[in-house]
Each structure stands twice: as C-alpha cells, then as structure tokens.
Write a protein that binds this ligand. Structure first.
Ligand code: SAM
Length: 222
C-alpha cells in the first residue's frame, strides 16, 4: 500500500465504520473529516495507517488521536461556524485543521516547539489560514485571546483546570480528559454563568499526559 492508496475511499470507510457506526451524527463534523487529508499530518511511512481505528505516533513521544476520539470531542463542542476556539496540544495539527473547518478562528498551543513547527508548516502548506499556533504552556490556557466559545484539551490532565475554565465565555463548552496518568474520563463542561459550570462525563479514554503548571509534573515509573 502507501503511495498507491486511494485515500478518499479509505476516508469514506473511516467515516462510515468508525464514526457514523458509533453514533457521531453532526453532519458538519462528518463532512469535515470526510474531506480532510489526515494522511498529510503523519509521516510518510505511516500514511497507509492514517485512517485506521487507533492513534499513531507523531514523534517526540506524542500521538495523533484516534479518528473516533477526534470526532467525539469535536462534536461535543457543538460548533456552528462563527466561534473562536482554543485547542491545547497542537500535536500534528490535524485536530486544529478539523476545528478550522467548523469555526471562525482557531488558536492552538503546543509546548513542544519541534511539533509546533511541523504542524504549522503542514497547516500553512495546505491553506489553513484561520489557525494561530503558538509554543507555550497550554495548561495556563491562552489568556490574551480569551474568552473562547469552545476549548478542547487534547492531553490528559490530573484535574479540571480552573484557569482554563475561566477562559470560557458564557455558554462556552470545554472538552478535556481528566484522570490518572494512564486512564482518564473525557469531560464536557459548559459555562452557564459566572461561577456556574455544568459538568458531564462522555467516555473513558487514554491520552498522553498534559504537562506544564497545571498538568503532570513527574512521570511515574513504569
Ligand atoms: N491534537 C493533536 C493532533 O491533532 O495531532 C494530538 C495531541 S497529542 C494527543 C497531545 C499534545 O499535547 C502533544 O503534542 C503534547 O506535546 C501536547 N502537550 C502536553 N502538555 C502540553 C501543555 N502543557 N501545553 C501545550 N501542549 C501540551
């Protein structure tokens, strides 16, 4: 396989079998993931697996999330097109690209400068003009650009981060994995008022750890 692969066919299969079959129903999310060339966000040797039902390595010990998790988290943000969105953990840039098809402006923050550089070059080369990528500690959010209509954290945190919650506008949605170093629960939090946040659990999940001030400080030994 590899270069001879028909990516539009495997992408359609991904949408039908991994997303629709598991209950993803927002037509805008399905359409974005049907159109977006996810294979461009992984290294050449892994392109034939880019639409498979699992995460893939992207270098620096990090991963691009499983397509279903990308869809589930995106759907939970309930984007309609005009929103200002923050993503914490740019990684490959694929999730930012999905968000950029569904919202007006995307701000994405990555602590690893090599990954941020790579993501920015793929996004620029493919004409994603409404995404700003910055290197920094996303566990602090992106205060200068707050408030956001939606925030997505794509790394697992030990607890819900108050500083990030406070960067939501009224009615804003936050999706983030929270739990232990190895297993988390995907939480959806909606800001109902100044200090009123409604929290629901979506599913069990496994993300790489969120680092930084409000993330994991030390790696537990295996
Ligand atoms: N959303 C990414 C994609 O579409 O490829 C996948 C993200 S990967 C599962 C998690 C990312 O979070 C890694 O790239 C990691 O370097 C980053 N990360 C971890 N802690 C961070 C922090 N405090 N601030 C910003 N990025 C962080």
């Amino acid at each position: 396989m590899g270069s001879g692969m028909n990516f539009s066919i495997v992408r359609r299969n991904m949408v039908e079998r991994q997303l629709k079959a598991r209950g993803i129903s927002d037509p805008r999310v399905l359409e974005a993931m049907l159109r977006l060339p996810r294979h461009l966000f992984v290294e050449e040797a892994l392109r034939s697996q880019a639409y498979s039902d699992f995460p893939l390595p992207i270098g620096e010990g990090q991963t691009i999330s499983q397509p279903y998790i990308v869809a589930l988290m995106t759907e939970a943000l309930q984007l309609t097109g005009g929103e200002k969105v923050l993503e914490i953990g740019t990684g490959s840039g694929y999730q930012a690209a999905v968000l950029s098809c569904l919202a007006a402006q995307v701000f994405s923050i990555e602590r690893n400068s090599a990954l941020a550089r790579k993501a920015r070059s793929v996004l620029d080369a493919n004409g994603f003009g409404n995404i700003s990528v910055r290197v920094g500690d996303g566990s602090l959010g992106w205060e200068a650009e707050a408030p956001f209509d939606a925030i997505m954290v794509t790394a697992g945190a030990p607890a819900v981060v108050e500083e990030i919650k406070r960067q939501l506008g009224l009615g804003g949605r936050l999706v983030m994995p929270v739990g232990s170093f190895r297993e988390q629960v995907l939480k959806r939090i909606v800001r109902r008022g100044d200090t009123d946040f409604q929290e629901t659990n979506l599913t069990a999940c496994r993300f790489v750890p969120l680092r930084g001030r409000h993330g994991w400080q030390d790696v537990p030994s295996r």
